[in-house]
Design a protein around this ligand. Sequence first.
Ligand SMILES: C[S@@+](CC[C@H](N)C(=O)[O-])C[C@H]1O[C@@H](n2cnc3c(N)ncnc32)[C@H](O)[C@@H]1O
Length: 263
Amino acid sequence: MNSRHRPRIRHPARSIGSAISSSRIHDAPVGPNSARRSHPPTLVELAHEALSSTEHGYDLLAPKFDASPFRTPDRLLDVVREELREDGPWDRALDLCCGTGAGMRTVGPLAYRITGLDRSRGMLKQARLNHGYEATWVRADALELPFRQAFDLIVTFGALGHILPADETRFLDGVWHALRPGGTFCLVTAPMPPFFSPAHLASRTFNGLMHVRNALWRPPFVMYYLTFPLPEVAAELRRQGFDVRLRPLSGRWRRVTLVVASR
Ligand SMILES: C[S@@+](CC[C@H](N)C(=O)[O-])C[C@H]1O[C@@H](n2cnc3c(N)ncnc32)[C@H](O)[C@@H]1O
């Protein structure tokens, strides 16, 4: 895309409709990206967060999230942005499960109006602190999206492990309805690693521990690896009516595929 045609964010942050519960987030007296200079969470803090609910766990983690390994790396987000650039620009874009706003950097230069949605108040507060440009912030559950044909682009990064297999169809259905006809949904995923590979074994071990934790402890903390793998996610998107294109990334991200699904 020619830089002359590159969109600039010039609209003030605002709600998109009456159905949207735009959160009131109060700024703390710290500057942009302050969390990225902080220390990563300790194991004790992570254990405390994991014994909380998914929502409150992220509230607790929020001030240190950007220094944690759970934030999607900028280098991957930069590659995704360049991949998407040729399809844009878009009018309205949504970063679904935006966390502290990592993906907002990706969609920011690609759309005129950007919205970040997350269920954690703490993560939204940090996201707002992190951002130098205007955006709309919505506190809502990704399984109960309060939008109808509102966006031209929806992206989600690093959050699919929070959607249980039983909720996958409902999640994708919400995305479908939130998109305008012709709109695009993007996610990053990979095929299931070979059964006896270290990645597979480590992920299964983690998932097993989370199942035990959730069987013994309330409220649950929903976070599992190996979710939305290829080719299953592409098949499910097609079942929902999406036109799906798979764009394998290269270099250090060669195991990862960008899934671009058009409504
Ligand atoms: C691992 S973080 C990823 C944040 C960011 N997208 C990134 O890539 O760095 C997952 C985020 O998903 C949010 N989340 C989890 N389940 C959610 C749900 N059902 N609805 C909305 N947000 C959810 C969490 O609050 C958290 O901010």
